[in-house]
Design a protein around this ligand. Sequence first.
Ligand SMILES: O=C[C@H](O)COP(=O)(O)O
Length: 253
Amino acid sequence: MRKKIVAGNWKMNLTSVQSEDLVAVLSEKLENFNNNGKRIIVAPTFVNLVPVVACDDRNAMIEVAAQNMHQASSGAFTGEIAANMLQTIGVPNVILGHSERRAYFGETDALLAEKVEVALEHNMQVIFCFGEELEDRKSNKHFDVVESQLKNALFQLPASAWDDIVLAYEPVWAIGTGETASPEQAQEMHEFIRKTIAEAYSAEVADEVSILYGGSVKPANAKEIFSKPDVDGGLIGGASLKADDFFAIIDAM
Ligand SMILES: O=C[C@H](O)COP(=O)(O)O
């Protein structure tokens, strides 16, 4: 059965001390919390992965993800990090395809297809982000855009690879804007994503994949969004930087 997941993408925020403090407070809150098998993931910046993994060793309830990785295994790629480097410091998950990587660092579907394959070859789990821009939605192209993002970056994978893929639908117009997709808009798109995967693979594959929603999820709107049948959790940006808010969102699921 597919898992419920709440993941916090810390983006380029928090110093090492702040990262450790946040994990410590979260761990304390989670200590007596019955999480019913939900996965809780945090994604610090590269330099804060090691201290957060060390905190995580003390509290197995919180998993760690990187926010990106390079597709090559080593070489002259100044400023980049390879999958085996993440794996050897105990980071089993990686976020790929975030809209900020696509918009500011020119990441294309073709590049992402490569990164996904490399991450899977290193036995990492991928949280794959995608979603339409405001213009796409206004011109009623949002389903086409999402379908092509999935097709171009993921549909080359064999069905067995989907055990290690988590999807995060993030409409770009809802990221960090305070404007969120309505629960109905989220459900409509998640249902479409599942149908698209079922057509490309099988109903079993589609049914097993966790599909997270991301874009201005807050304690106040989380419960309603998570109540939708095809929404399996959230990828949280701003609200994951505050222990109380992130915990409230975990609790809302
Ligand atoms: O990765 C997370 C998303 O970009 C959502 O960010 P946000 O919750 O700040 O809108």
